[in-house]
Design a protein around this ligand. Structure first.
Ligand code: GLN
Length: 275
């Protein structure tokens, strides 16, 4: 007979991470975070105990917690994630903030999210700006299915989804804002073989020798779909700010800038299509 308190303490020790242990146990017991504290002395059923041991084993083998539970919080949203999608990162909320600052609440702006994955950015913008029309593009049909399910489950009606290669499916449409968290890791970066990244889709992470292949394309092509005065904003690596600003300037964008994340690292760059 194992009590919640003991199962949790044991798993936290083995994983070296109490939060991971709590998230996995909440998932097995289908209970909110507060429940574990109030019920620390409850005895777990054998089935729950075995299910928990199995999830801890998977985590010890390296599998990301978000893929084990199939859920990850982003912005105000609880998103479904699968191994077909990148796991949304808290740093990416900076991109959402910068996008919202450029989208008046009372106007029906057109927004496109390139490489939407789980739909994180598109859905965060869609829910904060109900008048905006958001288009979410991804090259992966499997990722788009997850994103569509997220939109349905969260009842966010103003996001549409389309499969395709970056801006290719947007022929003829024009937007006030293009946002993207593209792949930007250098192809031979050893981090790709470590931690959660090992389990995430390579196509969502790496982008050529210097990590900038997809960003180069987005910077070049976004100009064609932006309305005059419209903004392009995209995420990149901490050491890519200067290169990204140079790309934006060379392509003729104005008001080019880089913003830092909470750890004071370059994270998002952007620019504006001239009027
Ligand atoms: N837009 C998604 C996110 O930010 C997916 C990004 C990606 O797959 N590179 O989480």
């Amino acid at each position: 007979m194992t009590e919640v308190r003991h199962a949790l303490g044991d798993a936290a020790r083995r994983l070296g991470d109490r939060v991971d242990a709590e998230v996995l146990l909440q998932h097995v017991l289908r209970r909110p975070p507060s429940w574990l504290i109030a019920h620390a002395d409850d005895v777990m059923s054998l089935a729950d105990e075995q299910a928990f041991v199995e999830l801890v084993r998977r985590r010890l083998a390296g599998e990301p917690v978000a893929y084990i539970t199939g859920r990850r919080g982003f912005w105000s949203l609880e998103l479904e994630v699968t191994p077909a999608t990148l796991i949304p990162r808290p740093e990416t909320e900076l991109l959402v903030e910068l996008a919202l600052a450029r989208l008046p609440e009372d106007r029906a702006a057109g927004v496109v999210d390139l490489g939407t994955g789980s739909g994180a950015i598109a859905l965060a913008i869609g829910t904060e700006r109900p008048h905006a029309r958001v288009l979410a593009v991804d090259a992966s049909a499997a990722a788009l299915e997850v994103a569509r399910r997220n939109a349905r489950r969260l009842c966010i009606p103003n996001v549409r989804f389309v499969e395709g290669d970056w801006l290719a499916p947007l022929a003829g449409e024009r937007f006030d804002l293009v946002v993207s968290n593209p792949p930007y890791i250098e192809a031979d970066d050893p981090h790709l073989g470590q931690g959660d990244l090992r389990f995430e889709p390579a196509s969502a992470l790496a982008s050529g020798a210097d990590g900038l292949d997809d960003i180069r394309r987005i910077v070049a092509d976004a100009r064609e779909v932006l309305l005059p005065g419209g903004w392009l904003l995209f995420e990149h690596g901490w050491n890519q700010g200067e290169a990204c600003r140079a790309l934006l300037q060379a392509a003729g964008y104005r008001e080019v800038f880089t913003a830092q994340d909470l750890e004071q690292r370059d994270r998002v760059s952007g620019g504006r299509r001239p009027d």
